[in-house]
Design a binder for this molecule. Structure first.
Ligand SMILES: [Zn+2]
Length: 52
């Protein structure tokens, strides 16, 4: 499983290096950090974008 508490600097979807990270919040109010390539996937999963 993912260890959400550990701040890793890799994309939560593709495990790749984060270049332009975007932070989303999942249904359990956990941060999901994705790279720009995975933003469409996050949008499709209806994750909320974290503001500021
Ligand atoms: Zn990614």
């Amino acid at each position: 499983m993912f260890s959400w508490f550990k701040r890793k600097r890799t994309c939560d979807f593709c495990r790749g290096r984060l270049r332009s990270p975007t932070t989303y919040i999942n249904e359990r109010d956990e941060e999901v950090i994705v790279c720009f390539q995975c933003v469409p996937q996050a949008e499709r999963k209806a994750l909320r974008k974290k503001h500021s």
